[in-house]
Design a protein around this ligand. Structure first.
Ligand code: 5AD
Ligand code: SF4
Length: 603
C-alpha cells in the first residue's frame, strides 16, 4: 500500500490552498495510486477562523511587513467555503495525455452526516469516556444520529486505549468480531464504516490500516474535529487518517453532550496530554504535550451542568493538578511553581499562568450543592494552597488520588517518577494532617523492569503503611517508544508479575477493609445515584470519599422540608448511618434527606 502524505507545516504564505491540492493531484497522477488519504494539516487555533492551510509564522510575517496586509486580505477575502464552492473549476488544464480524475476535495454536502447512525464504543479511562462525548458532539453538529444498536449503525467508532498490551488486544478481538458484520453489509445498500479513535490510532497509525483492511478511518486524540472529513473520505471507499498531535487543542469550545438525562454527575475535561514522561508510560506519546483548557470555558461548562441540575463534577485530565492556563497574558508572570517537598520533574520548570488552586476555588464557588472531585493528579503538584482549599470548602470532596506506582525508591527512580518513597510518605502525612479524614487512593505497577523481591516487599509495606481506601493495581506491560522500552529490560517473567500483583491485591484488600471498617457507626453524607445493581430493594450512592454506599430504599424524613416523608431519588443528598464495611463498599440505613451545605458526616 502506498501512502501519500500531504503535510503543511508552519509557514504556508507562499502556497495557496488550491496550489496545494493541485500539487497533490499531480503527485497522485505521477505516483502509484494512493489508497490512503493522509491529510495531515497543522492547525493554527489562535486564528481559528483561518482555514488550517493558512497558518503563517507570525514572527516571519511581522518581519517582512506582510502580516498586517495578510490579515486585512484575509478579513475581506474569500473564505474557505468560497474556495470549496469555486474549486470545481480548476485553473490548470490537464495535459491531453492525462486523464481527468474526480476533484480531490470534498464539497460542503459531502461533509454532512445526512442522518447516518453512529455507534460509539468506549474503552479505557475516564478521559476516553469524555472524548467519546466530544467526538459525538462534533458528529452531531455535522448531522449524524447516534444509535445504541450496533445492528442499525452505519458507522462504528471505537474509542481505544493503549496503556497496556491487554487493552489493545481487546480492540483487536473486537475488530475481528466486527469483520463479519461489515462483510454482511458489503452486500447491502449502505456500507458500514469502521473507525479507530484515540490512543491506539495514535500509537499504531498505519499498522492498523495494514493489519485490518476493514478499518476505514483513524483519528488520534487531537483529531476529532476532523471526523466529518475523515468519514466523508471513507464514503468514497478510501481509508482516511489524521493522527496529528496538537500543542493547543483542548476542545474548549466543544461542550460534550450529556447523554443520560438522569445522570447525577459529569466529567469535565480541564487539560490534555502529559509532559511527565514516566519511563513505563505510553500516554505522552499517544496524547501528546500537556496543555490546559482556559479557565473561563471550564467555568462556563460547570455552570451549565449546575443549571441542568447535576450534583457532582469530576475535573478530568492526565495531570489535573498540574493545570496551568497560560491563555491570559496578564497572568503569565515569572512566578515559579511550588512542587510538593522532595519532588522534581523531568521537564524544565514552567512558569506563570492560572494554576489548579485558582481553578478549584472558582469551580467550587459556582454551586455549593455541587460536589467537586478531580482525577488523576500527580503527587508532585500538591502545594499547600490546594490542600487548604480542599480542607476548607464543603463541596470539594476530601478524597485524593495519589498514584505511588511502587514502594521502592530504587524502582521509583527507574520509573522516573521524580520522588523517593520517603518523600511520598512525607506527603501522605502532610495531606492527612492538612485534611483530617481524607480518603486516599493510589495506582501501583507490579513487576516493573528490574524489580527485585525486596523492591516488591517495599511496595507491600507501603500498602500496609498508608492503608488506602481505593486502589488500582496493574501488572507491568512493556510499551514501545517509552524510555523503559529503549533503556531497560522487561526481565520479570509473566508468572512472577502476576503472582506479585495477586499479593498486592490481597494486601490492598486487607488494609482497605480495615480502613473502611472505621466508618462503621459513623453517619455519611451520600449522593444518591440510583438502584443498587444487586437488589432492586436497595439504593446506591457515594460518600465524600467516593466509596460506594448501599442502603435500603425506604421512606425517610425530608430534613429540607420538615414533616415530609419521602423516598430518596437520584441526585438527592441523604445521611446514611454505616452498619458494615468491606474493601469496596459500605452498607447502612438511611436517616434523612438533606443538603450538602446543611450537613456534614460525623461519627
Ligand atoms: N504497564 C502497567 N501499568 C501501567 N500504567 C501506566 N502505564 C503502564 C504500563 N506500561 C498504570 C499506572 C498509571 C495507570 C493509569 O496505569 O499505574 O497510573
Ligand atoms: Fe503516564 Fe506518568 Fe503521565 Fe501518568 S504522569 S500519564 S503515568 S507519563
Amino acid at each position: 500500500m502506498s501512502v501519500i502524505r500531504l503535510q503543511t507545516v508552519g509557514s504556508f504564505s507562499a502556497m495557496h490552498p488550491f496550489q496545494c491540492v493541485l500539487r497533490a493531484r499531480r503527485c497522485l497522477r505521477r505516483g502509484p495510486l494512493a489508497s490512503v488519504s493522509w491529510l495531515l494539516l497543522r492547525t493554527c487555533r489562535a486564528h481559528s477562523s483561518v482555514p488550517s492551510f493558512a497558518c503563517p509564522s507570525p514572527q516571519r510575517q511581522q518581519e517582512d511587513g506582510v502580516w498586517k496586509d495578510f490579515s486585512s486580505r484575509l478579513a475581506t477575502g474569500p473564505t474557505f467555503q468560497d474556495f470549496l464552492r469555486s474549486a470545481s473549476v480548476p485553473p490548470e488544464q490537464p495535459s491531453s495525455s492525462e486523464v481527468e480524475d474526480p476533484p480531490p476535495y470534498l464539497t460542503v454536502d459531502e461533509l454532512l452526516g445526512r442522518q447516518r447512525r453512529v455507534y460509539l464504543e468506549t474503552y479505557g479511562c475516564q478521559m476516553n469516556v469524555n472524548d467519546t462525548e466530544i467526538a459525538w458532539s462534533i458528529l452531531q453538529k455535522s448531522g449524524y444520529l447516534r444509535t445504541s444498536n450496533l445492528q442499525e449503525a452505519d458507522v462504528i467508532l471505537l474509542v481505544t486505549c493503549s496503556i497496556r498490551e491487554k487493552a489493545e488486544q481487546t480492540i483487536w478481538n473486537r475488530l475481528h468480531q466486527l469483520k463479519s458484520l461489515k462483510s454482511k453489509r458489503l452486500r447491502s445498500r449502505v456500507p458500514l464504516r469502521i473507525g479507530i479513535l484515540g490512543c491506539m490510532a495514535e500509537r499504531l497509525k498505519e499498522e492498523i490500516l495494514n493489519r485490518e483492511k476493514m478499518v476505514d478511518i483513524l483519528a488520534g486524540p487531537d483529531a476529532y474535529r476532523d471526523l466529518p472529513r475523515l468519514l466523508a473520505v471513507a464514503e468514497s471507499g478510501q481509508q482516511a487518517a489524521n493522527v496529528l498531535l496538537s500543542l493547543d487543542e483542548t476542545y474548549a469550545d466543544v461542550m460534550p453532550v450529556q447523554t443520560s438525562p438522569s445522570a447525577t454527575s459529569a466529567f469535565v475535561s480541564i487539560m490534555r496530554g502529559c509532559d511527565n514522561m514516566c519511563s513505563y508510560c505510553i500516554v505522552p506519546f499517544t496524547r501528546g504535550r500537556e496543555r490546559s483548557r482556559p479557565v473561563a470555558s471550564i467555568l462556563e461548562e460547570v455552570r451549565k451542568l449546575s443549571e441542568q441540575g447535576l450534583k457532582e463534577v469530576t475535573l478530568l485530565g492526565q495531570n489535573v493538578n498540574s493545570f496551568r492556563d497560560n491563555s491570559e497574558v496578564q497572568f503569565n508572570n515569572a512566578v515559579s511553581t511550588n512542587l510538593s517537598r522532595g519532588f522534581s520533574t523531568n521537564y524544565k520548570a514552567k512558569q506563570g499562568g492560572l494554576r489548579f488552586a485558582h481553578l478549584l476555588d472558582q469551580v467550587s464557588r459556582i454551586d455549593p450543592e455541587m460536589r467537586i472531585r478531580f482525577t488523576s493528579p500527580h503527587p508532585k503538584d500538591f502545594p499547600d494552597e490546594v490542600l487548604q482549599l480542599i480542607r476548607e470548602r464543603d463541596n470539594i470532596c476530601k478524597q485524593i488520588h495519589l498514584p505511588a506506582q511502587s514502594g521502592s525508591s530504587r524502582v521509583l527512580e527507574a520509573m522516573r517518577r521524580g520522588y523517593s518513597r520517603e518523600a511520598y510518605v512525607e506527603l501522605i502525612h502532610h495531606i492527612r494532617e492538612s485534611i483530617p479524614g481524607v480518603s486516599l487512593s493510589s495506582d501501583f505497577i507490579a513487576g516493573f523492569c528490574g524489580e527485585t523481591e525486596e523492591d516488591h516487599l517495599q511496595t507491600v509495606s507501603l500498602l500496609r503503611e498508608v492503608q488506602y481506601n481505593i486502589g488500582f493495581l496493574f501488572a507491568y506491560s512493556m510499551r514501545q517508544k517509552t524510555r523503559a522500552y529503549h533503556r531497560l529490560k522487561d526481565d520479570i517473567p509473566e508468572e512472577v508479575k502476576l503472582r506479585r500483583l495477586e499479593e498486592l491485591i490481597t494486601v490492598f484488600r486487607e488494609e482497605a477493609t480495615k480502613a473502611n471498617k472505621s466508618f462503621v457507626g459513623c453517619t455519611q453524607l451520600v449522593l444518591v445515584e440510583g438502584p443498587s445493581k444487586r437488589s432492586a430493594a436497595d439504593l446506591c450512592g457515594r460518600n465524600d470519599g467516593n466509596l460506594k454506599v448501599i442502603f435500603a430504599d425506604v421512606e425517610m424524613e425530608d430534613a429540607t422540608d420538615s414533616g415530609l416523608r419521602v423516598r430518596a431519588q437520584p441526585g438527592d443528598y441523604v445521611l446514611v448511618k454505616i452498619t458494615s464495611a468491606s474493601s469496596q463498599t459500605l452498607k447502612g440505613h438511611v436517616l434523612c434527606k438533606t443538603t450538602l451545605k446543611d450537613s456534614t458526616a460525623y461519627c
